[in-house]
Design a protein around this ligand. Structure first.
Ligand SMILES: NC(=O)c1ccc[n+]([C@@H]2O[C@H](COP(=O)([O-])OP(=O)(O)OC[C@H]3O[C@@H](n4cnc5c(N)ncnc54)[C@H](OP(=O)(O)O)[C@@H]3O)[C@@H](O)[C@H]2O)c1
Length: 255
């Protein structure tokens, strides 16, 4: 039987210690955002891990209140300053927000293009963009987003947006990859976990990777941080991949 419990007793890390611990385990992509209020701790955790800045891929995001061009420029400066870095590897528009700033996320995107051009954002992308938003961006700009970060987990496959991303060579990043824990008791997933001697979280994260999506499970629990990285010594077969995808009939969103 796979072990599904027992992590809760461990003392959670402070944020910068969680980042440092993840880097020590082997993670190399840290996802942060102004909205989460943890950019400073992410920068600290990277420095504490003693890694070269170039060894870590850092993503941050433009917060919702800063879509106007001058606000976006100020917010980006503040992000770099909080991280203690002169660049980010990836900078995203966090939400398209069609009802704020006249819904003009295209001019916001044009400002992100400036950051890419001056090298302070090594790449730029979007988050929570639906097909209509992506179409509008394509009409107003030659720059294809490197990434669309969207909610994806077994109970919410988000297939239409994933398919658009795939066709347009936009990488899909799956946020809430384990649905904040809500898929971990699913009988289909626990059965597959038992077959492989893995935890349900490991099976779900492996399902994402085999679908070709980028994942960044969140945890401040030492044992979970370690276990969520142990995904490369087993494979989910096609039948079970489909069975996990089919659990989406119990579809819901964590937001
Ligand atoms: N772009 C967006 O709009 C957006 C929205 C939401 C999230 N995100 C990004 O996606 C990341 C992940 O999403 P998320 O935090 O919503 O959800 P998630 O990664 O699916 O789930 C995180 C929750 O699951 C717990 N957990 C982690 N590993 C576990 C394991 N092995 N077994 C049992 N429970 C486990 C964590 O608890 P502990 O921490 O207590 O261990 C935490 O409560 C975020 O950190 C953020 O970077 C982006």
């Amino acid at each position: 039987m796979a072990t599904h419990t027992g992590f809760q007793q461990q003392r959670p890390f402070a944020r910068s210690a969680a980042v440092r611990s993840a880097l020590e385990v082997g993670y190399r992509h840290i996802d942060t955002a102004e909205m989460y209020g943890n950019e400073k701790e992410v920068g600290q955790g990277i420095r504490d891990a003693g890694l070269e800045r170039g060894a870590v891929f850092v993503t941050s995001k433009l917060n919702n209140g800063y879509h106007r061009p001058d606000d976006a420029r100020r917010a980006f400066d503040a992000t770099l300053s909080a991280l203690g870095s002169d660049y980010v590897d990836l900078f995203l528009i966090h939400w398209p927000l069609p009802t704020l700033y006249h819904g003009d996320f295209v001019s916001t995107w044009n400002v992100l293009e400036e950051f890419a051009k001056d090298g302070r954002a090594r790449s730029i992308g979007v988050s929570n963009f639906q097909v209509a938003h992506l179409d509008r961006l394509a009409d107003g700009s030659q720059t294809v987003p490197a990434v669309n970060q969207i909610e994806v987990h077994p109970y919410f496959g988000n297939e239409q947006v994933r398919s658009y991303d795939h066709t347009h060579r936009i990488a899909t990043e799956a946020w809430s990859p384990i649905a904040q824990g809500k898929v971990l008791d699913d009988p289909v997933i626990t059965r597959i976990a038992d077959v492989h001697g893995k935890t349900p979280a490991q099976v779900v994260l492996r399902w994402h990777i085999q679908r070709g999506d980028i994942v960044f499970p969140k945890s401040v629990t030492p044992e979970r941080i370690r276990a969520n990285f142990e995904l490369f010594d087993f494979e989910v077969d096609d039948t079970d991949m489909e069975a996990i995808s089919d659990t989406a009939s119990r579809s819901f969103s964590v937001r």
